[in-house]
Design a binder for this molecule. Sequence first.
Ligand SMILES: Nc1nc2c(c(=O)[nH]1)N[C@H]1C(S)=C(S)[C@@H](COP(=O)(O)OP(=O)(O)OC[C@H]3O[C@@H](n4cnc5c(=O)[nH]c(N)nc54)[C@H](O)[C@@H]3O)O[C@H]1N2
Ligand SMILES: Nc1nc2c(c(=O)[nH]1)N[C@H]1C(S)=C(S)[C@@H](COP(=O)(O)OP(=O)(O)OC[C@H]3O[C@@H](n4cnc5c(=O)[nH]c(N)nc54)[C@H](O)[C@@H]3O)O[C@H]1N2
Ligand SMILES: [Mo]
Length: 756
Amino acid sequence: MHLFATHFGTYEVGADASGKPLLLPFRHDPDPSGIGLGYLDLADHPERLRAPMVRRSWLEKGPLGGTGASRGREDFVEVDWDRAAGLIAEELQRVRSAHGNQAIFGGSYGWASAGRFHHAQSQLKRLLNLAGGFTSSVNTYSYGAAGVLLPHILGPGYKDACDTSPSWSDIAENCELIVGFGGFRLTNSQVEAGGTGRHRAVEWLRRSQEKGVRIVVFSPAANDAPAGANVRHVPLRPNTDAAVMIAMCHTLLTEGLFDCDFLRRCTVGFADFESYLIGEADGIAKDAEWASRISGVPAGTIAEIAEELHDQRSLVNVAWSLQRARFGEQPFWAAVTLASMAGHVGERGCGFAFGLTAVNSVGQSVRRLKGPAFEQGVNPVRQFIPVARITELLENPGGRIDYDGRTLELPDIRLVWWAGGNPFHHHQDLNRLAEAFRRPETVIVSENMWTAMARMADIVLPSAFPFERDDVAASSRDNWLVYSRRVMDPPAGVLTDHEAYRLIARKLGLLEAFDENLGIDEWLARIYEGYRDRYPELPDFQAFRLRGFAGLDEDEGAAAPADHFRRFAADPKAAPLATASGRIEIASGTIAGFGYPDIGAHPAWNAPEEWLGAPLASRHRFHLLSPQPAHRLHGQLEYGPASQKAKLRGYERFALSAADAEGLGVREGDLCELYNERGRAIAALTVEDGLMPGVAILPAGGWFRPDADGVDHGGNPNTLTTVTPASHLSQATAPNSCLISIRPWRGPEAGQQRRD
Ligand SMILES: Nc1nc2c(c(=O)[nH]1)N[C@H]1C(S)=C(S)[C@@H](COP(=O)(O)OP(=O)(O)OC[C@H]3O[C@@H](n4cnc5c(=O)[nH]c(N)nc54)[C@H](O)[C@@H]3O)O[C@H]1N2
Ligand SMILES: Nc1nc2c(c(=O)[nH]1)N[C@H]1C(S)=C(S)[C@@H](COP(=O)(O)OP(=O)(O)OC[C@H]3O[C@@H](n4cnc5c(=O)[nH]c(N)nc54)[C@H](O)[C@@H]3O)O[C@H]1N2
Ligand SMILES: [Mo]
């Protein structure tokens, strides 16, 4: 079978009547994603990169010509591959010898495309490692705050927020009540990093509901609650979930409905938290009335649901989005604490989970394929940043930042190289980021299309689309392996990242070390054989290639990492957690010891600088949330048919409640300007039933397209968001704490074409 693998699933390759290739849903996928069906349309899109390009004044004056200030505002000159490779090799050598390898930033965060071999970051990092290394980045945008917090309170094995969830089969069979903070945005489950053969998260949620599991969803948007009987939506103000959870803990405490035995055997620090709950130090009881004033949820509802969490076999699920906010660690910490008090941690299908339906894999109890990646080698440079501190890194060489108990010194970056990611999609406060990106001497970008990141480069290398190369695709959370076979050749002038880096490696005298004299087929066979070494039941490479896919047997009883909580709850001494105490840390001496101003010893609710209760809300009265886009993957496939169809006259859509639309005097489809001190963005209004007044929703991924006045016609929410971190502990991204104003847009429409 001829298959093509993407992060949003596997597609079959067919042909239309004229013989032109066409993507079709994969026959084994019960719930295929529509995102990829039009992927091939991008092959000859006008925004496609078709040849290496160099920014004119950089080419004329060189990296030391002081032309960084015009980065992003200038035209490019086409060069051939030999020239581009030569310029890059020379520039790498110059920066290395003049400043050292730590002056190269190669963190290059981003999702790139599926495929184990043509993984853009791995290709780049292997090349840079061979050339002496680079300053790197750690953690993710997905769960940056959780990734630093959870090792302290649950152990390093739970660094990956996916791994805390019980399995869907256990949930469906045993759980009676799921209380979901942030709810279930089902369009998110189309995606799985590395791809999948079968989308089944939505089906599992439905099966759980059919088995009688009740669902309560706390969210500013009614859309986050799934359809069906036995679902209750409770609206609340954004960023106030931790207050609600803490008040639920207060209810359980004062009503004596908490599991003393579990708290004593399996947790540490409850006494500290209890003192906070009753307000020993600040005189404020964190009761349901207190949380009601903060969140807008009636006190009676908070108390009622708290009691149900105790009385029924319950699961507290928290969406990852909640920790992509100021004090983002707190809702996760509070959820673990609440579930520990409610007393069902360690029962099958109960306790706590993070991110059910955030991606397809969370809660799937399939046998997981763990296999080799394309080897990146060893990075001799030790300097790194938490991934969301890119702006500070570029702005402030020599500066220091706190991070997880350490002080990091920011190196002086002269050269930035990005492959397979788009900071002008993913990072916050893009106008400030653009200024920061004008500081280094050289910026190199490997891309498929003229993204805003490519426009900010000095040298742009055009990369083949994933359907223009062969690869082996697999996700470490899934049981499918797919042979993703080339659908068409890339246009003349476009290379895969591997081919491009081979040219550069040759100029640097590193070719043999880089490609080990292996052709693509040999690389793919090597990766596949790495899987077979671990799973001998897989067919041989030729058979796999012919069939197009292979997989491990479905086994719904397969162990999930969260199963450890069952053994732990039964006997915490025999099966301790890998935390400082061996138990769940409701209070963490380690975190308290860091002495950070914005995270203390135990879960707490703090008022963010930007939320509906902040003084700033008298000036900017809307809280902007920027969830994941339904019709594309981040900024990818922005020009695909699914994403374009969802727009209005080429503009992104944002949502407001009917009451707010009326108050602003705007109607469905009207263009509006969303603005604050950081930026201005235009989007078309959708009036959304069940959206809380005061909340605006603009999904991420619209391409940043500022006009001459700096007004972004691409509708990227990061034109408005702030780089303020979740906390000094994680330094994680916090786009969901953002206040804006809104007014009708009466300026000219830029339409969907980029300005030139
Ligand atoms: N406001 C706001 N911002 C957010 C979020 C949010 O919730 N709100 N979410 C955050 C999250 S969770 C994430 S994970 C990030 C995602 O941010 P990114 O991962 O940076 O976003 P993508 O658009 O997927 O960027 C991948 C880029 O790689 C390119 N690419 C694809 N394949 C290849 C290839 O083979 N070679 C090369 N060279 N390039 C390739 C694509 O064209 C694309 O531009 O965004 C974050 N940003
Ligand atoms: N189609 C598609 N799917 C994707 C992606 C994509 O780009 N496209 N990206 C993938 C990636 S990289 C990731 S990390 C995951 C992210 O998965 P999540 O982080 O779970 O997803 P989000 O869409 O950011 O947010 C989910 C919901 O949280 C709600 N929410 C936001 N703030 C608050 C709050 O303060 N309180 C409450 N109670 N609710 C709140 C919003 O209403 C939103 O609908 O999605 C993945 N799935
Ligand atoms: Mo993510």
